[in-house]
Write a protein that binds this ligand. Structure first.
Ligand SMILES: C[S@@+](CC[C@H](N)C(=O)[O-])C[C@H]1O[C@@H](n2cnc3c(N)ncnc32)[C@H](O)[C@@H]1O
Length: 215
């Protein structure tokens, strides 16, 4: 067992995205998935109020902060802009703090969560990103269904808090119930895309849904 673990860890450390993340100061290799999604869909355009669901250890928060800071200067025009940003991360695991980013240590399926989001933003949100994943038990079928269920929980949050024309990034797992989830989310957005970032491991069945222009 010890050998398997050691092998797994050293393979992980050989991963080029892991190495790059360490070098560039990101807390996790997942940062490159979000950067890839940004490159393709420009999700951070005019995003000032951002909610990150399932944010530990915090690399998506790091990326979000960079873009939000940049947006304040870049989009200082007569169109939609703000002179400040608000970024809220939530996770059941603790993270070490990031300056000017707020964090809630809680389960976002908790019925109190929507009220907490409302009192934090006091407004609708420009962008909701979620890399949240269930604790896999190793059975592909039930892992898939549990992740799909988590996505439906997230969709409820999106319906309440995401502004009209807002953007959603949502991690899910491919499998039997994917199509149904896709159709359900599609009704909320003008455009919905399924995208697998280059840095997402090929053997993983994870896929990201990108909702553009909430109705
Ligand atoms: C892949 S990690 C996120 C990595 C993160 N995007 C980053 O770049 O650092 C998935 C996270 O989702 C969190 N999570 C899953 N379900 C959750 C829930 N119901 N409430 C809060 N966090 C949850 C897990 O605790 C885990 O930390």
């Amino acid at each position: 067992m010890k050998n398997i673990l050691t092998n797994h860890q050293s393979n992980h450390k050989k991963d080029p995205h892991y190495q790059k993340a360490r070098k560039e100061g990101f807390r996790a290799r997942s940062a490159y998935k979000l950067l890839d999604i940004q490159k393709r869909y420009n999700i951070f355009k005019r995003a000032f109020y951002i909610l990150d669901l399932g944010s530990a250890p915090g690399s998506w928060l790091q990326v979000a902060k960079e873009f939000a800071e940049h947006n304040i200067i870049r989009y200082n025009d007569q169109f939609y802009h703000r002179d400040h940003y608000k970024i809220l991360g939530v996770d059941i695991k603790k993270i070490s703090s990031i300056e000017n980013v707020d964090f809630l240590l809680m389960d976002f399926t908790n019925p109190d969560f929507p009220n907490m989001v409302q009192s934090y933003f006091q407004n609708k949100i420009d962008l909701i990103i979620s890399d949240a994943s269930i604790n896999k038990i190793g059975n592909k079928f039930s892992d898939h269904l549990n992740q799909i269920n988590l996505c439906y929980n997230i969709l409820d949050i999106v319906k309440i808090h995401l502004k009209v024309r807002g953007v959603l990034v949502l991690k899910t797992f491919q499998g039997s119930d994917f199509k149904k989830l896709f159709s359900k989310i599609k009704t909320e957005f003008k455009l919905l895309k399924a995208y697998k970032p280059k840095s997402s491991k090929k053997k993983s069945n994870e896929i990201y849904l990108i909702g553009l222009q909430k109705k």
